[in-house]
Design a binder for this molecule. Structure first.
Ligand SMILES: CCCCC/C=C\CCCC/C=C/C(=O)SCCNC(=O)CCNC(=O)[C@H](O)C(C)(C)COP(=O)(O)OP(=O)(O)OC[C@H]1O[C@@H](n2cnc3c(N)ncnc32)[C@H](O)[C@@H]1OP(=O)(O)O
Length: 286
């Protein structure tokens, strides 16, 4: 109920902002954590500092922005990138999964599923311009895209590192990884929680292209131009043919997946692992 109300408020605020910014000449709309430019190829920028973690609010704003773009028939493709220097996205917000109650975990997970289903099955062309670190849920966002361009900076890593946190990537994260890099590579990377450097990510197929950091956006735009030259109907039907079974696999067991997540994440042992991981992140500073 609370989330539905927040959604209505955000949609309303989003459209108000949309109108105001259009008057300024730039075609863009924004909410607090997601900025969307629709001048030229549409660009969606995550801006949830410090690390673009996917908090419940961020997920909601992301989903709403995507919904708005999907409803605008003039928009055929979107470049997904980050406004936070050096970070694409730190993935799911650990504070949404630690020290909360089961109802909160269920609500959070429902929204993670929702964003994934929308992104993975989007009719639009999605290209990610990965301009920073992209662990776990950050990698998930990139994997939903049709093409991934990553900045050539060895400090940036990408991969599904859940097992390093003492948690387990859900089956639909795994399915998408297998679809992208194949069963053997996915099996190894998931068990080890591998975070790949850009060069390794390119080699294994987690990303499609690695370019100098200052060329990530221009490359993403030129990739988009190439993809936009393909007729929408045939490209969309092909995308649907490739992805439908994977998405349907979650759709048919969404409720059970929410229950699984809620009971898994509520376990004392899992909460302890998350606590230790959060402490490790804190200590890294000091
Ligand atoms: C068997 C049934 C299975 C069913 C399913 C069960 C389980 C569910 C699995 C759920 C899947 C989970 C997916 C995820 O995405 S989990 C999140 C994974 N993310 C990470 O591991 C990234 C952690 N962060 C980092 O490695 C680094 O922060 C960094 C992104 C490389 C950036 O480094 P740096 O610029 O040095 O920043 P700091 O480390 O200093 O971080 C700044 C502050 O941000 C906080 N932080 C970082 N990441 C997160 C996060 N993901 N969520 C929330 N907060 C985060 C960090 O603690 C710092 O906070 P502080 O300033 O208060 O200390």
């Amino acid at each position: 109920m609370a989330l539905a109300a927040a959604r209505r408020l955000l949609l309303h605020a989003g459209s108000r902002l949309g109108r105001r910014e259009a008057v300024d000449g730039a075609r863009r709309f924004a909410n607090k954590r997601v900025l969307v430019e629709t001048e030229g190829p549409a660009v969606m920028k995550l801006r949830n500092p410090p690390v673009n973690s996917l908090s419940l609010e961020c997920l909601t704003e992301f989903t709403i922005s995507l919904e708005k773009l999907e409803n605008d028939k003039s928009i055929r493709g979107v470049i997904l990138t980050s406004e936070c220097p050096g970070i694409f996205s730190a993935g799911l917000d650990l504070l949404e999964m630690y020290g909360r109650n089961p109802a909160h975990y269920a609500e959070y997970w429902k929204n993670v599923q929702e964003l994934w289903l929308r992104l993975y099955t989007s009719n639009m062309i999605l290209v990610s311009a990965i301009n920073g670190a992209s662990p776990a849920g950050g990698c998930l966002l990139a994997l939903c895209c049709d093409y991934r361009v990553m900045a050539d900076n060895p400090k940036y890593t990408i991969g599904l590192n859940e097992s390093l946190l003492g948690i387990v990537a859900p089956f639909w994260f795994k399915d998408m990884y297998v679809n992208t890099i194949g069963h053997r590579e996915a099996e190894r990377a998931l068990q080890l929680g591998t975070l790949f450097s850009p060069a390794e990510a390119l080699k294994v197929g987690v990303v499609d292209e690695v370019v100098p950091e200052d060329q990530v956006h221009s490359k993403a735009r030129s990739v988009m131009t190439k993809w936009l030259a393909i007729p929408d109907h045939s490209r969309q039907l092909t995308k649907n043919m490739m992805r439908k079974a994977t998405a349907d696999n979650l759709i048919k067991q969404r409720e059970a997946d929410i229950q699984n997540f809620t009971s898994f994440i509520s376990k004392d042992s899992i909460q302890k692992s998350l606590h230790m991981y959060l402490e490790k992140l804190k200590q890294k500073k000091g």
